[in-house]
Write a protein that binds this ligand. Structure first.
Ligand SMILES: Nc1nc2c(c(=O)[nH]1)N(C=O)[C@@H](CNc1ccc(C(=O)N[C@@H](CCC(=O)O)C(=O)O)cc1)CN2
Ligand SMILES: Nc1ncnc2c1ncn2[C@@H]1O[C@H](COP(=O)(O)OP(=O)(O)OP(=O)(O)O)[C@@H](O)[C@H]1O
Length: 203
């Protein structure tokens, strides 16, 4: 496959899958969020102090609101991505509280206002719930095309016991048979949808 064909395939999958998730109704989205937390809790062991990177849903992504509520109730710590103020192609993760001051980033997504004392270094997160546009059952992930997660996750240790567990979050309709994989794509440890838990690394 030529580089052009490869890029075009990724562009086509992005367009189709963004339309699919955006076409879900409000009640389908509500149901998805309520089912998602059940599967998330099968994968993640959440106790007091557990650090979890999440996201605020945008563009039809599954909402993590029930998961955030559960984390706060358990005195665990949700964190949200912030587009890095200096290294603008990378993400920082910052603690998210119910009353955190927020602002809108360049894509219109709310993020916490930078407060250095609330930043959690990526390697210290226990779990990162990544948004994605499409996934396959082998653990490959296609995002919005900014490369933010790939660049940010390229810096974490390879050893699974010393790095966050990477959990892709998606609607079931975002699965494709096989994604065209780029050399920089960081594979996911799990993919959790409202219907299914995928464990690509499991033997
Ligand atoms: N909820 C959520 N937060 C996230 C991400 C995400 O995918 N979902 N990101 C994951 O990386 C980062 C932001 N990345 C994004 C990249 C592109 C677009 C986007 O809408 N692009 C438009 C063009 C917008 C423009 O340039 O003005 C588009 O493609 O239509 C949005 C977010 C950080 N926060
Ligand atoms: N580790 C990296 N180092 C340098 N550049 C990178 C890295 N990862 C990705 N990129 C660049 O980012 C661009 C977008 O990558 P890609 O299309 O894989 O993003 P994505 O996974 O869809 O987006 P996101 O991670 O923001 O959800 C590519 O042009 C790629 O060259």
């Amino acid at each position: 496959m030529s580089a052009n064909q490869f890029n075009q395939q990724r562009i086509d999958i992005r367009k189709k899958m963004r339309e699919m998730r955006k076409s879900l109704s409000t009640s389908e989205q509500k149901r998805a969020a309520d089912d998602l937390i059940i599967n998330f809790l099968q994968v993640a062991k959440v106790t007091e102090g557990t650090q979890v990177g999440g996201y605020l849903a945008n563009d039809g992504e599954p909402s993590l609101s029930p998961i955030f509520e559960d984390l706060w109730a358990k005195k665990a710590v949700p964190n949200l991505p912030i587009i890095h103020p200096f290294s603008r192609t990378h993400l920082l993760f910052q603690r998210y509280e119910e009353n955190s001051p927020m602002s809108t980033n360049r894509y219109g997504i709310l993020e916490p206002k930078l407060n250095c004392s609330h930043v959690c270094p990526v390697a210290q997160l226990d779990y990162i719930l990544t948004p994605l546009v499409a996934f396959d059952s082998q653990g490959n992930r296609l995002g919005m095309g900014g490369g933010y997660y790939d660049r940010t996750l390229a810096q974490i240790p390879a050893d699974r016991s010393q790095r966050p567990l990477l959990i892709g979050i998606a609607h079931q309709c975002q699965e494709v048979a096989q994604l065209p994989v780029a050399s920089w794509d960081v594979p996911l440890d799990y993919i959790v949808t409202p219907k299914t838990i995928y464990r690509p690394g499991a033997q």
